[in-house]
Design a protein around this ligand. Structure first.
Ligand code: SF4
Length: 360
């Protein structure tokens, strides 16, 4: 795997999908020496189950651990500190990581109880927890979700879990974007697997999960976050920290150079999360017939972003789903509606493209 590669795998079986991404990326070759200390950094912002849209499915970590142990890597730690006011130990327990640690004999490390040292992160001094700096290879496991302040949170922002509480508070006084970018000049981002199974519509603490049914593998955290922007309906320029991180040489946000490789594993899963009232209101003008979650989720994100911007949908109803294959109609989303008068291609299309299509 190369730095410009992005591996996307669809489905709703996170353990198998995570393992598959490790195999497709030849993670063993990327890591090398079997004695390396490996860290997994999930997002356990608070003790809520992953179905709620805020935290990383423990099955993602499980698939990676099984892969690593089958290749002879046994020094593995799960490293995370929940947000200020939350209890990381409780988050480990509620989110399935305590059981995971017992089953696979790996360590759970709470960075909120860790020691830290100050590091010069390209001109900004930041306290960083020593456990995160002691690993030889870090696998970042963010959730693909919206964020009320920074619009998205993914690979770059997930590393905020490896700084002490005092530093988390200071980051907010600094406006988040700049310190997040600077932090990533020192913390490791060797490999990334984004949990895009059901991240939240627009809030980092969950509550409105959107079924997107995918995992994303990447090596470049800047490219990873740039790619994710389009998936949930943002331009890269909407998320300041991505640009700042690129300017500091952490990676590239140039999507024209990205090599996106999609694997259609089980893509045809139909939504299995009960939509919240908020989502039901968003999709009232949608005619969905056997729509894949990957497609339907993109449309939900697009409609939410349009609502935020005050852009109204000019044509309704909007049709989406496999039942529209070979049929005619007026406005449709996805390759399945290619027989319609106006149809946006893609299987699934990105939210940013749906927004543009529906705004015309
Ligand atoms: S275009 Fe059709 S097959 Fe492709 S993701 Fe959408 S609903 Fe599924």
């Amino acid at each position: 795997m190369k730095k410009e590669d992005i591996l996307v795998i669809y489905g709703n079986e996170p353990k198998e999908m995570a393992r598959k991404i490790c195999e497709n990326a030849s993670l063993e070759t990327l890591i090398g020496d079997k004695n390396k200390k490996i860290g997994l950094k999930p997002n356990l912002v608070l003790p809520h189950k992953a179905e709620n849209g805020a935290t990383t499915h423990s099955e993602v970590a499980e698939g990676i651990i099984e892969y690593l142990q089958s290749k002879g890597y046994f020094d593995i730690s799960i490293i995370e500190g929940s947000c200020v006011g939350s209890d990381t130990e409780q988050a480990f327990r509620v989110c399935g990581y305590t059981k995971l640690a017992e089953t696979y004999h790996v360590k759970n490390i709470d960075t909120r109880k860790d020691t830290w040292t100050v590091h010069n992160c390209k001109g900004v001094e930041i306290k960083i927890c020593n456990s995160a700096l002691s690993v030889d290879y870090m696998i970042n496991l963010p959730v693909l979700k919206g964020h009320c302040q920074t619009k998205i949170t993914c690979a770059l922002k997930n590393n905020k879990g490896v700084i002490p509480d005092s530093e988390k508070r200071r980051f907010h006084t600094m406006g988040l974007h700049k310190p997040i970018a600077h932090l990533n000049t020192v913390v490791r981002n060797d490999f990334i697997i984004v949990d895009g199974i059901c991240g939240d519509l627009n809030f980092e603490e969950g509550g409105t999960p959107v079924q997107m049914n995918r995992l994303i593998g990447a090596m470049d955290p800047v490219l990873c976050d740039a790619y994710v922007c389009g998936l949930i309906g943002y331009e890269v320029s909407d998320v300041q920290y991505i640009k700042i991180a690129e300017e500091m040489g952490i990676g590239s946000a140039d999507m024209t150079k990205a090599n996106v490789m999609e694997t259609d594993q089980n893509k045809k899963h139909i939504d299995n999360i009960k939509p919240t009232n908020r989502i039901q209101a968003l999709v009232k003008d949608i005619k969905s017939k056997d729509a894949c979650s990957a497609c339907y989720g993109s449309l939900i994100y697009a409609l939410e972003r349009m609502k935020e911007k005050g852009i109204s949908v000019k044509y309704t109803p909007i049709c989406i789903g496999q039942e529209y294959r070979g049929k005619s109609g007026e406005v449709g989303i996805g390759n399945c509606t290619r027989g319609f008068q106006k149809s946006l291609g893609g299987c699934p299309p990105k939210a940013i493209d749906i927004m543009e299509f529906l705004s015309k």
